[in-house]
Design a protein around this ligand. Structure first.
Ligand SMILES: Nc1ncnc2c1ncn2[C@@H]1O[C@H](COP(=O)(O)OP(=O)(O)OP(=O)(O)O)[C@@H](O)[C@H]1O
Length: 694
């Protein structure tokens, strides 16, 4: 090896080592910084990205004997065969040119025929690569979607993610678009990168073999070193100047999700918006979100413009010039033939050199294309980093929420006037209350009711509800009645104290606006059971509908098996009664009734309550309706500002108190008109009112 080559090799190695060390140092500093500030590190191609990707890959390829692994193996084999085909096509190219220069008709026809024969599998393989790439992307997507759905529907994560945690603004988008884009980008990159790497390896090998066969040509040995150096320097320049595509596309995806969420909200609340004529407000809001998305997309387009320009200059024109120089070195340094060699037929020498030139040019061209693809996929890798982060964060948040570790926008507070328990919540510390599963009773021992935002509604609640009690829950708006249900059903965490309660399956909530699931009328009654889990016959279902005075609906809609958009075709009262029918099907230990009869007539309401009590269901009812007092034995009253009382309910006493309250209210309502009349009389008589005299 000459001194010049050694020097070039040494300086290239030093440059690579310095580069790797600098990258590592930057990663360590970034990690430390993100730990201190509790913020995620920047979204770029770094150790964090590799770490996240490595955690996702086992989900995509769980076992060697999985369909995704088989597809991956087929894909890799196909990519390899295409590389071999490219090399043989380059050799065939050279042979065609050689036969042309030699004017050898037979060889020319033979090589053309071989070329045509090779092009048949080559075309098939090209199309097959796309086919297998799509299949692989679909297999990855299916695996990841199934995994994510399992996590999303575990331990009420779907509720916790939206209500108790603020990290995922649009989980619907994470579960659909993000997973799809992540898997397609990953699969595409696999093809984009595997083939060029194979190409570079095999082409370099072929070129090195050719170089070794041409020991006589000066300058040939430096070509591989110089090529590597040019490629490395180009990579460094592009790496340094590349915008942060990962962060940009991740932001874009977030904004797209918010826009979609706003559209979904309009569809859900279309009737209310139409009644209010609220379209202008909604349009302004939607346009604002769209504009935010437009600005972000525009920023990406602009950044891409100059970056692609730079890429094109370096990898197309600069490399082309370098390639021509490298090919020219051995050609120009070709020494004159010795007298012995002179005897060889000169036309054979020229044709061989032309063949070698064509092969080298073709191979160098393919090699350059391959390296160009590797380097330009840096952009795509950055995009992949953005989506990897979104998918990884989604799964991480699902996991944390399932294990009751929530995060809202973190607030660091030393304000001593804030109660310690609230400070803990604001600083995202884990709930410390204790839940003990009991057989029958609900016993709360100093349990506070605290919203996910950390607002303390009730500081400490202690009571015992047995299955023989039917509890009426009343109080002003926002005092914590529904929150009490959320606490005993386990939707909200308990931050201190102790709660004994039966297994959550013993509770059944009927809200004011019951959820109508997609499916048949039968599905509505048995929800959340499916037809495979059904416990009763059709005649029992008719009996259930009879209990809520809804049997006519079967005839009206055309049977139990008919599918409708039940949310739209039933009236408010019918929906409430259908919701109540679920109690008669499931017969839970505790029915949590949250103003669920507000649109039901009093006589039907009474019948439903009586029937439910006969079935042995314990009723916990939130209501403002006095007509329901008669069906309850105890009263839990929230008075607001954290005050509450729990006592035996005496309906007669309550009726008397209510009558007195209504009488006083009526008297007070009359006072302004009495005052007005009095001042008129004073004016007519020209006298002062006695009331004004001291
Ligand atoms: N998911 C949530 N995140 C944060 N705060 C919430 C959440 N849900 C309810 N709250 C707050 O908790 C407080 C109590 O709400 P809750 O629904 O228990 O009231 P309520 O007594 O049932 O009122 P109403 O009679 O109006 O239904 C309210 O101030 C409300 O703003």
């Amino acid at each position: 090896m000459s001194r010049r080559v050694k020097l070039v090799l040494f300086s290239s190695t030093c440059a690579i080592i310095i580069y790797v060390l600098r990258r590592y140092y930057r990663y360590v500093i970034l990690r430390r910084k993100s730990r201190i500030t509790n913020t995620p590190a920047t979204l770029s191609v770094n150790q964090r990205f590799y770490h996240q990707l490595c955690r996702l890959l086992p989900i995509l390829i769980p076992r060697v004997r999985s369909d995704s692994f088989a597809l991956l193996a087929i894909h890799l084999t196909t990519l390899m065969s295409r590389t071999f085909l490219s090399i043989s096509i380059a050799h065939l190219d050279g042979a065609i040119v050689k036969s042309l220069v030699q004017r050898n008709h037979r060889d020319f026809l033979r090589t053309i025929c071989i070329f045509l024969l090779v092009s048949v599998p080559a075309s098939f393989i090209n199309s097959f690569i796309r086919f297998i790439e799509s299949k692989l992307a679909l297999a990855f997507r299916t695996k990841l979607t199934r995994y994510a759905y399992a996590a999303y529907f575990r331990n009420q994560t779907y509720y916790r993610v939206s209500n108790l945690d603020t990290r995922l603004l649009t989980p619907d988008q994470n579960l659909t678009d993000d997973i799809e884009t992540f898997t397609t980008t990953l699969t595409h990159l696999f093809s984009q990168l595997t083939k060029p790497f194979l190409d570079v390896a095999l082409i370099s090998w072929t070129l090195v073999v050719m170089v070794q066969q041409k020991q006589t040509a000066r300058g040939l040995k430096e070509v591989p070193v110089l090529t590597t150096l040019v490629i490395f320097l180009t990579f460094l320049a592009l790496r340094k100047l590349s915008p942060r595509f990962g962060k940009l596309v991740s932001e874009e995806a977030k904004k797209r999700g918010l826009l979609r969420f706003a559209h979904a909200r309009i569809i859900t609340n279309a009737e209310e918006i139409a009644f209010f004529d609220g379209h202008e407000v909604e349009k302004t809001w939607i346009l604002k979100l769209y504009n935010q998305l437009r600005v972000q997309t525009n920023a990406i387009i602009k950044k891409k413009l100059w970056f692609i320009m730079l890429e094109q200059f370096l990898m197309k024109y600069f490399w082309h010039s370098c390639g021509m120089v490298f090919i020219a070195i051995p050609m120009l340094s070709y020494r004159d033939p010795t007298p012995a060699e002179d005897s060889v037929d000169e036309s054979v020498g020229i044709s061989t050199r032309t063949e070698e030139y064509t092969i080298s040019k073709s191979l160098l061209q393919s090699g350059a294309d391959a390296v160009e693809r590797i380097i330009s996929s840096y952009k795509e890798i950055a995009v992949l980093a953005g989506y990897t982060n979104r998918v990884h964060t989604m799964l991480h948040v699902f996991d944390e929420c399932a294990n009751e570790r929530y995060q809202r926008i973190p607030v660091t507070t030393d304000d001593q006037s804030i109660p310690a328990i609230q400070r803990r919540i604001l600083m995202n510390q884990q709930a410390k209350g204790e839940i003990i599963e009991s057989v029958e009773d609900i016993i709360a021992e100093n349990v506070p009711i605290i919203t996910p935002n950390g607002d303390i509604i009730v500081e400490s609640l202690s009571l015992k509800i047995t299955s023989a009690m039917h509890v009426l829950i009343t109080g002003p708006n926002g005092c914590g009645k529904s929150s009490f249900f959320r606490i005993i059903r386990g939707l909200w965490p308990i931050h201190s104290g102790r709660l004994h309660r039966p297994n959550p399956s013993n509770f059944f909530l009927i809200p004011q606006r019951p959820y109508m699931c997609p499916g048949t009328l039968r599905d509505q009654i048995i929800y959340p059971h499916t037809v495979d889990q059904i416990l009763v016959s059709d005649s029992d279902l008719m009996e259930i509908l009879n209990n809520v005075e809804l049997q006519y609906i079967v005839q009206r809609e055309g049977g139990l098996n008919v599918e409708r958009d039940w949310k739209d075709i039933l009236s408010g009262g019918e929906k409430q009664r259908l919701g109540l029918a679920r109690i008669f099907y499931h017969k839970p230990k505790y029915a949590l009734l949250d103003e669920c009869t507000s649109a039901v007539s009093a006589d039907v309401e009474g019948k439903i309550y009586e029937r439910a009590k006969q079935l042995g269901v314990t009723l916990l009812t939130i209501t403002h309706r006095p007509s329901l007092w008669a069906y309850h034995t105890h009263l839990l009253q929230f008075h607001g500002e954290g005050q509450w009382t729990f006592d035996v309910l005496n309906p007669e006493k309550l009726v008397t108190l209510r009558d007195e309250k209504e009488r006083l209210e009526a008297q007070l309502a009359g006072i302004p008109s009495i005052r007005r009349r009095l001042s008129e009389l004073c004016h007519l008589l020209g006298e002062d009112s006695k009331k004004d005299k001291p």
